[in-house]
Design a binder for this molecule. Sequence first.
Ligand code: FAD
Ligand code: FES
Length: 251
Amino acid sequence: MKQIYNARVVSNERAVDNLFRLVVELDAPLYAMPGQFVQLKLPSNEFTLRRPFGIAAFDQNHLTMFYRIVGRGTEFLSTVGEGTQLDLLAPLGNRFNFNVEEKILLVGGGVGLAPLLSVARMFEGADALIGGKTAIEAELWRNEFNGAVDEMFIATDDGSLGAKGFVTELLPDVLARKNYNVILTCGPIVMMSRVASIAREKNIRCEVSMERRMACGLGACLSCSIDTVNGRRKVCKDGPIFDAREVLFDV
Ligand SMILES: Cc1cc2nc3c(=O)[nH]c(=O)nc-3n(C[C@H](O)[C@H](O)[C@H](O)COP(=O)(O)OP(=O)(O)OC[C@H]3O[C@@H](n4cnc5c(N)ncnc54)[C@H](O)[C@@H]3O)c2cc1C
Ligand code: FES
């Protein structure tokens, strides 16, 4: 059940470039499922709206998130020091939907790999296809996924680690190697749209983790709506996880 937690910052460190790893200790146990997210209230009157972040790992009282600095809120978050108390609303949204007997392929790009990490850490036996601009970021994710997945495939834009190109270019080769039952994907919308269409061509079920700017995070303001074959749906309440065949990608 969702609730507001007092979250004490245990560490808030730059992982690589403008990507940070934030670990907090909660004042009560959190029971979440992979794919769900949290809304953080930044400790400054300058920010009235909470900011949504995916859950990368949690064990009852500790929660790990990764965030990229993209604007004023995340810039401010990067200055928050150890011991600071944050107000955190969790768990929000739905979960990735899969059966533990299914062979799962996780496909992620950049900070989109964060929520996929929670799948890998909670359920053994998945494979991961990791995409990064350069070796520096791809290496971070390789280390995070190491030991949590059966097999990893890596693609970097410049070829500095793994295959050269986008994950979507490597995806058909990866799919040819094993019989995957389901693909779970999170990352840039262009990437997810392409992953969804490859999955459809290969007749493999695919779930996408959608992102929209959010205000309430609770289904009340409609600011996070997306178009689907079933009409307008709210990412915060009906998602963020959707069956890829349902989403009308606006790319
Ligand atoms: C369900 C969900 C999970 C998320 N998980 C993560 C995560 O694990 N790590 C992470 O780094 N980010 C995540 N995001 C995105 C993150 O919430 C935004 O980057 C953050 O709120 C930006 O705050 P800001 O004040 O720094 O940026 P702002 O100053 O508000 O905006 C800066 C730029 O970022 C864009 N932006 C803002 N919010 C979003 C958003 N929700 N989606 C896409 N673009 C946005 C704006 O259009 C603008 O171009 C998630 C978003 C959602 C909806
Ligand atoms: S953020 Fe308000 S309805 Fe989704």
